[in-house]
Design a protein. Structure first.
Length: 303
């Protein structure tokens, strides 16, 4: 029996204005129907606010039906190890949660996609005690020298003498296999994921920790997944659609075709009883790598 009843995959966007079509937000959904899989038409949300509202509706409907749903997002859930300590965040909570709480406090993301991500990145850079880096690349110069247009040297030595890597362990795994994922510190230009991460984490946190969803929701791999199959369950995960072959005949927009391909791939792996092992895999890595992934960096499902 499959571990999940429904699958929701999200291609996110860091756009500053409402946008549809290519390079915008696409959401693909599928539900099990008996022995088959029902895949719906992909939803193209013009803003992050509308995307979050749609996701909330889909997740709440799954919960009401008592279903288990896997929700995947194509942005990072964490930063290279040492970031929380370099920011001098509270050690009373896990590093990932301290960073998520900080971003939820700092990020302002309006219903029309206007946001303060450049200022947030510059503020975090200044908190690390140096004029620029590790966040970099910005089309605006209003934030001053705290956000450089060029890549800083890595490993990045924060003012606290903590060294921050350019990539997380999961990123390095994929890059070593020829899949060139970008660094979460890079905020702008083609292929960058930094802006999506800054704006995406607070949205996922709101979905995960809303009072009526909190008891049945978890963030993978930071939080242990629920055992057994009784009752509703929501698992939020990080994905990278570039790991899945895409049939461009499925949809004329590449982003839409990717979320549909990812939905189909994960559902097939789940039906073949492969997905549960993939969800457990970060805990079976080398001890140091596993600790970093589970406490702060996160992991990409399937990496």
């Amino acid at each position: 029996m499959a571990a999940f009843d429904a699958y929701v995959m999200v291609d996110w966007s860091g756009a500053s204005t409402p946008v549809r079509g290519a390079d915008s937000i696409w959401i693909g959904c599928a539900r099990r129907r008996g022995a088959g899989l029902e895949i719906g038409e992909p939803v193209n949300a013009p803003t992050r606010a509308l995307a979050a509202a749609h996701l909330a509706d889909v997740i709440d409907a799954c919960i009401a039906r008592g279903e288990r749903v896997l929700v995947g997002y194509d942005f990072a859930f964490g930063y290279p190890a040492g970031f929380a300590r370099a920011l001098r965040l509270s050690a009373s909570k896990p590093a990932w949660r301290a960073i998520w709480d900080l971003l939820a406090d700092l990020v302002e993301d309006g219903d029309d996609n206007r946001n303060n991500r450049w200022l947030v990145a510059a503020r975090l850079n200044r908190r690390l005690g140096r004029a620029a880096g590790p966040f970099w690349n910005c089309p605006l110069r209003a934030v001053g020298p705290a956000l450089a247009a060029t890549r800083p040297a890595f490993p990045y030595r924060a003012g606290s003498a903590i060294s921050l890597g350019e990539y997380r362990a999961a990123d390095r795994r994929l890059r070593a296999s020829g899949r060139f994922v970008q660094s979460v510190w890079k905020l702008y230009t083609v292929g960058s994921v930094g802006s999506q991460t800054l704006l995406g984490i607070p949205r996922v946190a709101a979905l995960r920790f809303a009072a009526h969803r909190a008891p049945v929701s978890r963030i993978w791999p930071f939080e242990a997944t629920a055992p057994g199959r009784r009752g509703p369950f929501v698992l939020h995960t990080e994905i990278w659609p570039g790991m899945v072959a895409v049939d461009r005949e499925v949809h004329r927009i590449k982003d839409a075709a990717q979320v549909l391909a990812t939905v189909s791939s994960l559902a097939a792996r789940d039906a073949a009883h492969e997905l549960s092992a993939e969800l457990d895999r970060p805990r079976r890595l080398a001890a140091r790598e596993a600790l970093r992934g589970l406490d702060e960096e996160g992991w990409i499902l399937g990496a």
